[in-house]
Design a protein around this ligand. Structure first.
Ligand code: GLN
Length: 191
């Protein structure tokens, strides 16, 4: 199995480290043809407006849409914003691959970055996970066909549909591989 990591901007390297721990091969994706050999794709955190601009310039907007039609994609933070149905209060055009509305930088200036325990349900049990939130978005509406896999207070912070998996926080900034492992399992199931 090989997982692509979109490497245009932002925190892509730590995702590669997580997958290396899990023994999964990775490739940094900067051009559409690099997606061909991938069985799944991670869109990392970063700055969603910059990421979107670079994605369009590189012809990756279309290719990622096509890719996600039959292969799993995992987005963290800005990666989630890109995959969402829309981003309220700005005119960012997103990939619209998961029926979630997000609000960017929704935690406000005072606590724009923080670490707190998140409740996750990914292996048939309720567990906690260290949630690293960095100028994180909030999921403000959950649409059809979405499974909620993690919450923080009243907020949904981890969710999926058949093909797309998203987190508002950064599991790659912990030493805990469970969320990446879950994504690897999602790819295995889809093959
Ligand atoms: N605040 C960023 C944005 O709106 C996301 C931050 C992140 O990915 N850590 O794009």
């Amino acid at each position: 199995m090989k997982i692509g990591i979109l490497a245009l901007q932002g925190g892509f390297e730590l995702h590669a480290q997580m997958l290396a721990i899990l023994g999964v091969d990775t490739v940094y994706v900067r051009k559409p043809d690099q997606l061909v050999s991938c069985h799944g794709l991670i869109i990392p955190g970063g700055e969603s407006t910059t990421l979107m601009k670079l994605m369009r310039e590189g012809g990756l907007f279309e290719s990622i849409s096509d890719f996600a039609a039959d292969k799993p994609v995992f987005g963290t933070c800005a990666g989630l914003i890109m995959l969402a149905m829309d981003s309220i209060n700005d005119n960012l055009v997103t990939l619209n691959l998961i029926d979630l509305s997000v609000e960017r930088n929704a935690y406000g200036r005072q606590i724009d970055s923080f670490i707190d325990s998140v409740e996750i349900r990914i292996n048939g049990a309720i567990d906690s996970f260290e949630g690293v939130f960095i100028r994180a978005p909030k999921i403000v509406a959950v649409g059809e066909g979405i499974d909620i896999l993690g919450t923080h207070s009243d907020d949904v912070v981890l969710a999926e549909n058949d093909q797309v998996f998203v987190a508002t926080f950064h599991p790659e900034l912990t030493n805990d591989v469970r969320i990446h492992q879950y994504f690897v399992g999602k790819i295995r199931k889809s093959r």
